[in-house]
Design a protein around this ligand. Structure first.
Ligand code: GDP
Length: 453
């Protein structure tokens, strides 16, 4: 990305609204030194905590606290950055922000500090996204993986892959001038083997990115079954054992009941639905319509049975509503009534069936294990990094082009075709790190940050 300096100075309160021990005002840009002199007097030594009075544009004292000055380029944004740590109250913070604005700063947009860090080459796009992911992480495992991305684990893998593809492409392009010679001899490597090797690396990376995506965004589990089979009891048991972290999920108010539980660091959103039964009742019809919507989004559908209650849904009907790739698990609840031990088996259609008791809590581990397995989540993975849907797609694009290059080699197609596909593969990776990215993508990414980050 271009390292073009930003001409204006931005300011924002970096701590959340409300009362707290301290509140932080953050300012970044060329006007920092001027604002610092007006608000706190002499510029403090770089990166040293100094205790100062904070003044408004007219010289009146607003607060006293710690000030930190980070001269660019060795700062978060790569520009001059000033941080004022005052008393954490909304009014104090608003007055401090107003003073900075009166002295020439403008209110920062969400994520604008991080966006500047990206534009000034302090971090790449994967790291910028990891910053937001770390702040928003829903479990310790998700936070660890975001931290690994932030420290560059993902970027390094993508960069080295990109480097190998570029290297290979340059060699192939070099061979274009020698059409009649043995390609491998001119290129200096076994082309087929080299591309296969890159494909293998992309495959590994895809697997890891997919795990990282699961960790970051969690999965949707929808529970269906006739009334009274024990759906709510099952949800309550799943939520109760694992400490539930309740987050704000936009748009949930119109949806069926939703609860969140964690399975080994994986965030699972559980939705209790009315199922797909037919009904004359208007309210129930609405419930069924919403159940259909929830089913479309589900990664996993749990179909709960009670041997004394007739099923109102059918596997075929459920599968029809589910997205391709979503998994159906059947749960035979209330095994305590039959004095049965929990079990896990496959029925004749290959669907996994779990026997459990939601009342006693027996057999829930089978259920957790099955959910984990069917979405491919492996909590033992130590070297996970946070990833997003965008990354998974980018890697899939790169894989598609590399595979196309391999086919071209095997079919003896012209070298130009091979070079072109390798170039596309490499470009798909460049989009991931942000070396090559459209403005609207950047806008979309940074607008989701919080203010002051
Ligand atoms: P829902 O309508 O499907 O949400 O069902 P509920 O969770 O409200 O449960 C209906 C009834 O079944 C309640 O009286 C529960 O206590 C009972 N129930 C739920 N799970 C079990 C179970 O595993 N064993 C037994 N014996 N009763 C259960």
């Amino acid at each position: 990305m271009s390292g073009a300096a930003q001409s204006d100075t931005i300011a924002a309160v970096a701590t959340p609204p409300g009362r707290s021990g301290i509140g932080v005002l953050r300012i970044s840009g060329p006007g920092c030194r001027h604002i610092a002199r007006q608000m706190i007097g002499e510029l403090p030594p770089p990166r040293h905590a100094s205790f100062r009075g904070f003044r408004d544009a007219g010289g009146g004292i607003l607060d006293r606290g710690i000030v930190l000055f980070f001269p660019g380029p060795h700062s978060y944004t790569g520009e001059d950055v000033l941080e004022l740590q005052g008393h954490g109250g909304d009014v104090v913070m608003r007055l401090l922000l107003q003073a900075a604005l009166d002295l020439g700063a403008r209110q920062a947009r969400p994520g604008e500090f991080t966006e500047r860090a990206f534009l000034n080459d302090r971090i790449d796009l994967l790291q910028a996204e990891a910053t937001a992911d770390l702040i928003e992480s829903v479990s310790a495992a998700a936070a660890r993986s975001a931290m690994r991305s932030l420290e560059g684990a993902f970027s390094q893998r993508v960069n080295s892959l990109q480097q190998s593809l570029t290297d290979l492409r340059v060699r192939v392009e070099g061979a274009l001038d020698f059409p009649d010679e043995d390609v491998d001899a001119v290129i200096g490597v076994d082309l087929t083997y080299s591309v296969q090797e890159q494909l293998q690396i992309i495959d590994e990376l895809q697997l890891q990115a997919d795990q990282g995506r699961l960790l970051r965004s969690g999965i949707d589990v929808v529970i269906v079954g006739s009334p009274n089979v024990g759906k709510s009891s099952l949800i309550n048991k799943l939520v109760e054992r694992e400490a539930a972290i309740v987050t704000d999920i936009p748009g949930t108010t119109r949806d069926p009941v939703r609860e969140i539980c964690m399975i080994d660091g994986l965030q699972v959103t559980l939705t209790d639905t009315a199922g797909l039964r037919e009904s004359e009742d208007r309210i129930e019809q609405e419930g069924v319509r919403r159940a259909g919507l929830a089913l479309v989004r589900a990664d996993v559908v749990l179909w709960v049975h009670d041997d004394q209650i007739a099923d109102t849904d059918s596997a075929a009907k459920l599968r029809q509503q589910m997205a391709a790739g979503a998994v159906l698990i059947e749960v035979n609840n209330k095994i305590d009534r039959l004095a049965q031990a929990p079990y896990r088996q496959n029925n004749e259609t290959g669907t996994t069936v779990i026997g459990l008791s939601a009342l006693i809590g027996d057999g829930l581990d089978y259920l957790r294990e099955t959910i984990r397995e069917c979405v491919g989540y492996n909590p033992a993975g130590e070297d996970l990094f946070a990833a997003r849907e965008r990354h998974v797609r980018g890697l899939a694009d790169a894989r598609g082009y590399a595979d196309r290059a391999l086919q071209a080699i095997k079919n003896d197609e012209p070298l130009e075709v091979i070079a072109e596909n390798l170039r596309h593969a490499q470009q798909s990776l460049a989009v991931l790190t942000g070396q090559f990215s459209a403005d609207d993508l950047l806008g979309e990414i940074f607008s989701r940050f919080c203010i002051g980050k």
